[in-house]
Design a protein around this ligand. Structure first.
Ligand code: SAM
Length: 225
């Protein structure tokens, strides 16, 4: 059984997809999707040997045969043209690492009809990467699992230009305003207020960081209210 976070990622994978799961670790996601006969084929990519061995154990345990391939490599380097991959998942990593992996994979990425990304941090930077690389969001969500809020972005090829608020909060999140989304930004607002109060006490009001936090807080307040 998948964690709620990976379950939410799985729900965005289109039926009959040919999937690459970059940084797959235990290959829980492709294994689950194959066991449910939701996808045709998956490459579980890993840059590290230990996690690759976890994926190989999964492969051996469930006898996926040629439907699940585990490969050692950095990012999209594990994908070969014969795989005919159409859907890429990158989950459980920082947003900046996801962007780095996407940028390095750019020449191979063109045929991908779906990118499903779950950045643990810097989500606005990933949205920005997408709009700068001919991808547009087609869906997104935010959920609370095991003490953390997680955002999931789903993108397809397309041209789009997001406003600063859309980059920060997500164009779909802004429209839907779900409970977890509101709770996440309320928590962020509290955190920033505390931080600003501390900086005031320390006489750092002229600091550029102070001003950046302050304008971020203003944007959050504006959007929440
Ligand atoms: N994707 C799984 C999930 O969401 O539960 C595992 C996430 S785990 C925290 C991150 C994994 O990404 C690690 O196993 C790490 O080795 C792998 N990783 C980090 N950088 C990578 C890269 N450039 N290419 C492939 N895998 C990478």
């Amino acid at each position: 059984k998948l964690s709620p976070r990976l379950q939410a990622v799985a729900e965005f994978v289109p039926a009959r997809a040919r999937l690459v799961d970059i940084g797959s670790d235990h290959a829980y996601l492709p294994a689950h999707l194959l066991l449910n006969q939701h996808i045709e084929y998956a490459v579980a990519g890993e840059v590290a040997v230990g996690p690759l061995q976890n994926a190989q154990q999964m492969q051996a345990q469930f006898h996926f045969g040629s439907q699940l391939v585990t490969r050692l490599g950095d990012g999209f380097a594990v994908v070969q043209p014969e795989d005919q991959i159409d859907t890429a998942v990158i989950a459980g990593m920082g947003g900046q690492l996801i962007n780095k992996i996407l940028t390095a994979g750019i020449s191979k990425r063109d045929a991908y009809t779906h990118l499903i990304l779950q950045p643990n941090t810097d989500v606005h930077m990933v949205r920005d990467w997408l709009q700068n690389h001919h991808y547009q969001l087609v869906d997104e969500t935010i959920l609370f699992d095991d003490g953390h809020y997680y955002e999931i972005l789903v993108a397809q090829p397309g041209e789009v230009q997001y406003s600063p608020a859309e980059l920060m909060f997500g164009p779909f999140n802004l429209k839907r305003r779900t409970a977890p989304w509101q709770q996440y930004w309320q928590r962020e607002s509290k955190r920033l207020k505390k931080l600003l109060a501390q900086m005031q006490k320390a006489g750092q009001v002229e600091n550029s960081a102070y001003q950046a936090y302050e304008s971020q807080l203003n944007l959050i307040e504006e959007v929440l209210n």
